[in-house]
Design a protein. Structure first.
Length: 449
């Protein structure tokens, strides 16, 4: 080949490379998107509800695949069959809007209710809207609308807060609660002989009940640092007796330990805490340093469960995340930490988890299990560190990478894989070691000053 011809070919090649350079990032991005869809399709085909939902979204949005609303509904249905709340919510929206399926308001509401009752915030908001409008065969019911808007707002859903304000109620999230499980009726039978009832109470209980009870009484922890006021004026005598004999020793034992376990620079835990028993919508709720407990629930349930609920709420007192805390700390993390500490103080019975339905942000016991695994596998101090970050309004998902070397999603996937193994490997830090960090007996930080 002649030199001039070779030079001309090289020149043309350079020009072609220059002209095509702007398209390289798009080609790389498309390749990455194709890989993502392939991975989703593989997991979805294996019955992963979350992957089925995400694949449905991909078809609905036309991201990585040709937009196909019918195909989107197909995958939403599959995810919904697995109980995935996101899939249920979007399937409900498809029914409501007639996208990819015939419009059917009644089916839309069914999907939203199923997801809302499992804690799906988008579905809770949509169900609230349905009640506000009288949609899908529902009566127009502002009270029910507010109820479901509130549940979504408590999880940080901005549109739900705006809806609450439109109804004329506060758009601020309600204080954290021990559980969102509906309470049993006042006539429901006790779950076990451990329930707090006059029949189950030992005869010696009466000797510990002061005259004039139910009433208000105070006590201090053994180190003399923290004072508690318990108000049973709206509770029956047997609950007052239980509070004096069982609850007081538990609080005196656990509150200083929780304070020691969750420190941060310059922080002092509340020194005056109140616990009130009265009619209430939840098992228990914490307002700053005030804990309100539902008398009916505490009367009917096992005494160890009742102590566990109080421990959970004491953790919320010690967390002290401040006003509008949900702007700085995810709800799932706040509740997960509270249940983590509770499980260390009073271990739950072993539970067989469905690994496919696990999510780190599942809240309460599920999130507590995730935290326990991360603490055991990577950083035994992860819970105190995250609490301190939340208290100082410095929490972000980036902290997981900083503390463990892995993103929260990577940890989530590894945790699920760990639980799916029939014979699980030994973790870096044992459960006994994690419990010891909570159960340690040392002088209270305030006492040591």
């Amino acid at each position: 080949m002649k030199p001039k011809t070779t030079s001309l070919i090289r020149l043309i090649a350079c020009v072609l490379v220059f002209l095509s350079a702007p398209f390289f990032p798009a080609l790389v991005a498309q390749e990455g998107e194709n890989s993502r869809i392939a991975a989703l399709r593989a997991k979805a085909g294996q019955g992963d509800g979350e992957a089925q939902y995400e694949l449905g979204r991909a078809y609905a949005d036309g991201k990585g695949v040709t937009k196909d609303l019918v195909e989107a509904v197909k995958w939403y249905r599959k995810g919904a069959a697995q109980g995935n709340t996101h899939a249920l919510n979007y399937l409900g929206e498809a029914y409501a809007q007639g996208k990819g399926v015939d419009e059917n308001p009644i089916e839309a509401v069914k999907c939203w209710r199923q997801a809302a009752e499992q804690g799906g915030i988008g579905a809770q908001y949509n169900l609230g809207r349905a009640y506000a409008r009288g949609y899908g065969g529902l009566p127009k019911d502002p009270a029910e609308a507010e109820k479901w808007y509130r549940k979504a707002a408590d999880q940080g859903w901005g549109p739900a807060r705006a809806a609450l304000k439109a109804l004329g109620t506060s758009g601020s999230p309600a204080p954290s609660t021990a559980t969102a499980t509906p309470l049993p009726s006042a006539s429901a039978p006790a779950k076990s002989s451990g329930a707090i009832s006059a029949a189950a109470r030992p005869a010696t209980d009466a000797s510990a009940v002061s005259k004039g009870s139910p009433g208000v009484f105070t006590f201090k922890t053994d180190d003399g640092v923290y004072q508690f006021t318990i108000d049973t004026t709206q509770a029956p005598p047997e609950l007052d007796a239980w509070a004096r004999e069982k609850l007081v020793p538990a609080v005196k034992k656990w509150y200083p330990k929780i304070v020691r376990f969750l420190p941060s620079k310059g922080y002092s835990a509340p020194k005056d805490v109140s616990i009130t028993f009265k009619k209430h919508d939840w098992q228990a709720t914490t307002y700053g340093s005030r804990i309100v407990c539902n008398t009916d629930w505490f009367l009917q349930y096992n005494k160890n469960d009742c102590i566990g609920v109080i421990i959970h709420e004491l953790v919320h007192v010690v967390q002290s995340f401040g006003r509008n805390w949900d702007k700085y700390v995810p709800l799932w993390l706040s509740e997960g930490i509270a249940d983590y500490v509770r499980s260390m103080c009073m271990p739950y019975p072993d539970k067989v988890w469905d690994a496919q339905r696990l999510r780190y942000d599942g809240s309460y016991k599920m999130s507590a299990n995730f935290l326990r695994w991360v603490a055991g596998a990577y950083d035994k101090d992860i819970v105190p560190k995250l609490t301190a970050a939340g208290r100082q309004h410095n929490y972000s998902d980036k902290l997981w990478k900083q503390y463990t070397g892995h993103t929260i999603q990577e940890l989530n996937d590894e945790w699920k894989a760990f639980l799916a193994q029939p014979e699980r490997p030994i973790l870096k830090h044992s459960l006994k070691e994690l419990q010891a960090a909570v159960l340690q007996d040392q002088a209270s930080p305030e006492k040591a000053k």
